[in-house]
Write a protein of this length. Structure first.
Length: 691
């Protein structure tokens, strides 16, 4: 018989780890408060069905209802673990018998009185699988059952049971067992079996069981079945459970603590050669980092039961935890947790595992760097000296180089690279700490400005390459940056301009902005922020235009200049309003139009939004672009006709009147509707014949 059946509890007192259920239920039985329907819910293998049998046994005991069945009466003997069963206690699986016909049959049987027991008990497992019609068929008897009837529903998904049934039950939730409770259950079972089990095997079995007593006992049963005369050893359990060897986890932790890249990647090779699954290795490493993090934070973690490990490994784990300063263990665990999902179904799991190890080395080096070197700039300089490249993308190789450079700065005697030795050169700086007058901050400002100018010059030159680098992370962001233009630097923030406000907002959105910032920071070798504004004129945002760059069009500035240019002209015209001239005759239309064109040309030359003036003379229209001086200023308006010195000024009313007269001239009336116009235009553009 399987261990989980052989050692199934026969009373609530024998159950381990479900006190939230057994204690109140035992009290209710002892007080005689029996409900007609119960609901047991929780993960699989946590004892729901076993508890339902214990409840049925307690209800029908000759001394019951009681929480401690006598075990000798006919009802207790028949309902004991391994017993023959009882006619008055019916078990059914709703997964295969949850239809309306089965529920109707159950309802008919439920009305009959028990044959030999106090209660007629129906235990319905997987109750959430009852169909809607079946639940409705069962609802009436659950609402108003006879006094001799008790329902016990067991399910892993209580929310799927219809509310009208769930509301009429006493609900008891079951939970997964804690490692301490599971250890007690496993040790009790091993003692009952009379076998020898290595202490290091218990954590493996408990972890593989996942908190389920049934699954844990099933795994233990499999291991004990293959154990030899010497009992269940660690070497036998390890390959069967697929758990990583503790020595490999220890070697990985030691390599991370000492930032030894060679030892770390050699351990990865050993993991693969031993046939361990890379994702399982990463999971076991994450569990170890969790234990070390708890031990580092809570010195008495073993005494409080926060870490489940053999007693002989307590000192080893405590020594490993002491090798990591600060929150480094939490940072390493976070890195493993974020990358562990990429190993599922990977085509090259070894490569991904090695990439994970490279990032862990970078995390370890970054968190320990302040203890060896002071200042972020020194770390970057050391990394650049070790790699020999100034601005390289930061990947696994760069992280390893940074780690090596940090070690080099901590031990300059074993390093031949001159970069760390040249760091103490700026000895004149000790004179700077003297409380100098106010001019002292001024030298740093030009240097910062110069560095910003150099960075902007590089951004202008490499803007296309930078956009393509952004596209490797976010293709949509690259497309939106196609029409954007870098304007300048505000401290560490790159300000870019865009002609479309909607796209500027999309660039500033968190989803796109974080990819842009990450790509540009990695490509430029320095951390920057990115902000997008509407408009592509650097002057409008307070920046100087780039070298050899034409002035950008600024609509706001152009409108402002046009308004300023119009004000003096309007002030001159207001004091002496001119009389409205009579309507010109048809013969005089050409002269009036010529005067209008001249006046409009002069008035619109200062309007940046105006179209080129149209000069009308006789029967032909000639478009003439306004001429300008070399500095861009428009020419003054042409003088009036000398033959007519007293002619009144051509006003806007005259221009409108002339336009009306021109519209009255003879012409052809287009009587096509919009659809016909569109079809004709398409036919003309495509060279096709409309059908």
């Amino acid at each position: 018989m399987a261990l989980y059946r052989k050692y199934r509890p026969s009373s609530f007192a024998e159950m381990i780890g479900q006190e939230q259920v057994t204690r109140p239920l035992s009290t209710a039985l002892d007080n005689g408060r029996v409900n007609h329907a119960y609901l047991f819910s929780g993960p699989r293998g946590t004892g729901k069905t076993s508890s339902a049998r214990i409840l049925a046994r307690s209800l029908n005991c000759a001394e019951g209802p009681t929480s401690t069945p006598c075990g000798v009466c006919p009802s207790c003997v028949s309902l004991a673990p391994g017993g023959p069963g009882n006619l008055d206690v019916t078990e059914m699986d709703a997964a295969s018998n949850g239809g309306v016909d089965e529920m109707r049959e159950l309802r008919e049987r439920a009305y009959f009185a028990p044959a030999e027991s106090r209660y007629r008990v129906f235990i319905i497992d997987e109750a959430h699988m009852i169909t809607g019609a079946g639940a409705n068929a069962l609802l009436k008897i659950v609402e108003e059952p006879p006094e001799h009837l008790v329902f016990i529903f067991a399910t892993t998904e209580p929310e799927k049971i219809i509310g009208t049934i769930r509301s009429r039950t006493h609900h008891y939730p079951f939970r997964l067992l804690t490692p301490q409770a599971m250890r007690q259950l496993v040790e009790r079972t091993v003692a009952a079996e009379g076998v020898t089990v290595d202490e290091n095997v218990y954590p493996l079995v408990i972890r593989a069981g996942g908190g389920s007593p049934r699954d844990t006992l099933s795994i233990l049963d499999q291991l004990l079945a293959g154990a030899g005369p010497e009992g269940l050893t660690y070497e036998l359990a390890l390959p069967l459970l697929g758990v990583t060897d503790l020595s490999l986890i220890d070697a990985t932790v030691d390599a991370l603590a000492s930032r030894d890249a060679a030892a770390l990647f050699q351990t990865v090779d050993d993991v693969i050669e031993a046939g361990h699954e890379p994702r399982r290795f990463a999971i076991d490493l994450l569990d170890r980092l969790r234990d070390l993090m708890i031990i580092h934070a809570v010195p008495d973690a073993f005494g409080q039961g926060l870490v489940d490990a053999p007693a002989d490994r307590a000192q080893i784990l405590a020594a490993e935890a002491d090798k990591f300063p600060g929150n480094q263990l939490a940072a390493l665990a976070t890195e493993v947790n974020e990358r562990i999902t990429s190993l599922r179904g990977a085509t090259s799991p070894r490569l991904l595992l090695e990439i994970m190890m490279a990032h862990l080395l970078g995390v370890a080096a970054g968190t320990q760097a302040p203890a060896a070197v002071t200042g972020l700039e020194e770390i970057r300089d050391a990394s650049a000296a070790a790699t020999g490249v100034g601005n390289q993308p930061r990947g696994a190789a760069a992280a390893l180089a940074a780690a090596a450079a940090v070690q080099a700065t901590a031990k300059p005697a074993s390093q031949s690279t001159p970069a760390p030795r040249e760091a103490p050169k700026p000895e004149p700086q000790p004179a700077a700490p003297q409380p100098a007058p106010t001019p002292e901050p001024e030298p740093s400002q030009p240097a910062a400005a110069q560095s910003s100018e150099d960075l902007m010059e590089r951004i202008h030159k490499e803007w296309i390459t930078l956009r393509q680098f952004v596209g490797e992370r976010n293709k949509v962001a690259e497309i939106m940056l196609a029409e954007a233009k870098p304007l300048g630097m505000e401290g560490t923030t790159l300000v870019v301009g865009h002609n479309t406000g909607a796209l500027a907002e999309r660039i500033n959105s968190e989803h796109n902005n974080k990819d842009i910032v990450a790509a540009l920071s990695e490509k430029l070798g320095t951390t920057i922020a990115v902000r997008c504004v509407v408009g592509t004129d650097p002057k409008a945002e307070g920046f100087s235009p780039a070298k050899d760059e034409p002035a950008a069009w600024n609509p706001r500035a152009a409108l402002a200049e046009a308004e300023v240019a119009k004000e003096p002209q309007q002030q001159k015209q207001e004091p002496t309003p001119l009389p409205t001239p009579p309507s010109p005759a048809p013969a005089e239309t050409g002269a009036a139009a010529a005067a209008a064109a001249a006046a409009a040309d002069a008035a619109k030359s200062s309007d940046p939004w105006a179209r080129p003036a149209r000069k009308v003379g006789g029967e032909e229209d000639v478009e003439k672009q306004a001429e300008h001086f070399s500095d861009g200023a428009p020419l003054p308006p042409e003088p009036s006709d000398p033959d007519e010195p007293d002619a009144p000024e051509y006003t806007r009313e005259d221009e409108e009147r002339d336009m009306v007269d021109q519209s009255m001239e003879a012409g052809e009336l287009d009587r096509r509707n919009p659809t016909e116009v569109a079809m004709d235009l398409l036919a003309e553009e495509l060279g096709a014949r409309p059908l």
